[in-house]
Unconditional design. Structure first.
Length: 88
């Protein structure tokens, strides 16, 4: 790669990173990750653990504990481990 091109890309990447950076409290960041993982688990294990709920159900923050409970109760080992991780 041409050094000028590399320098240009580095500069615009740096500026973009400065603009888009946001400050999150560690607890808020952990909650966001838990919610994202709960949504993924709901989609992945829908047929085994959540068959009575609609596939397009949107998991919200208040539903994370329910998702973990269902995973641990009705899922196999992989689902149980995912549920246990959500409970932390």
């Amino acid at each position: 790669m041409d050094p000028r091109t590399r320098k240009y890309l580095a500069e615009i990447g740096r500026r973009g990173g400065l603009k888009s950076r946001r400050r999150l409290e560690p607890e808020t960041a952990r909650e966001m990750v838990r919610l994202r993982e709960a949504r993924r688990a709901y989609r992945k294990f829908h047929a085994h653990c959540f068959w009575s709920s609609p596939p397009e159900f949107r998991v919200e923050r208040s539903d994370v504990a329910w998702v973990a409970e269902q995973l641990m109760r009705y899922g196999g080992r992989e689902a149980w481990e995912k549920g246990a991780n959500l409970c932390r």
